[in-house]
Design a protein around this ligand. Structure first.
Ligand SMILES: Nc1ncnc2c1ncn2[C@@H]1O[C@H](COP(=O)(O)OP(=O)(O)OP(=O)(O)O)[C@@H](O)[C@H]1O
Ligand SMILES: [Mg+2]
Length: 137
């Protein structure tokens, strides 16, 4: 399903990832362990299509992700190391944004937002923007 083919990335003279190949079938889970600077984030950026490899390619269902990177990303779930929230959106608006970007039908979106707020006990923040400290926000 997902295949890395001789993935290589150099940042100027720095070799970040060298000749990495693997393939994953549906249901398989891959962990990536390594010391700081060993190329984990660079690999994930190439797998998600955020960064073009210097050499090699990523294939999804037999096609290079570069053939249709938007279509590929529509099928991708990605949880970044740090959650970046928009302080100017309420909890409800943030979930609405994510669901809309995912192309969810309106009725389904609204009930999904409601059930997620319920599941994580976040209803009190549904209509609240991030609290501001003493600085501007
Ligand atoms: N944007 C960049 N420009 C130049 N060099 C970079 C850039 N990003 C990463 N590097 C270098 O590429 C190498 C791999 O970095 P990468 O961030 O992929 O490692 P990592 O395994 O995710 O590290 P960490 O465990 O610290 O998150 C390191 O030598 C790093 O300094
Ligand atoms: Mg990293």
């Amino acid at each position: 399903m997902l295949e890395a083919v001789h993935l290589t990335k150099r940042y100027a003279s720095i070799p970040a990832v060298q000749d990495l190949s693997f393939s994953l079938r549906p249901g398989q889970v891959l962990g990536c362990l390594g010391p700081n600077g060993s190329g984990k984030s660079t690999t994930v950026k190439m797998l998600t299509g955020l960064l073009a490899p210097s050499r090699g390619l990523v294939q999804f269902n037999g096609r290079s992700i570069q053939d249709d990177v938007t279509g590929y990303r529509n099928q991708l779930g990605y949880v970044p190391e740090e959650a970046h929230l928009y302080p100017f959106l309420t909890g409800w608006e943030y979930l609405e944004l994510v669901g809309t970007l995912r192309g969810m039908p309106r009725a389904e979106l609204e009930s999904k937002i409601d059930s997620l707020l319920q599941l994580f006990s976040l209803h009190p923040w549904a209509n609240t923007r991030r609290a501001c400290g003493s600085g501007s926000c």
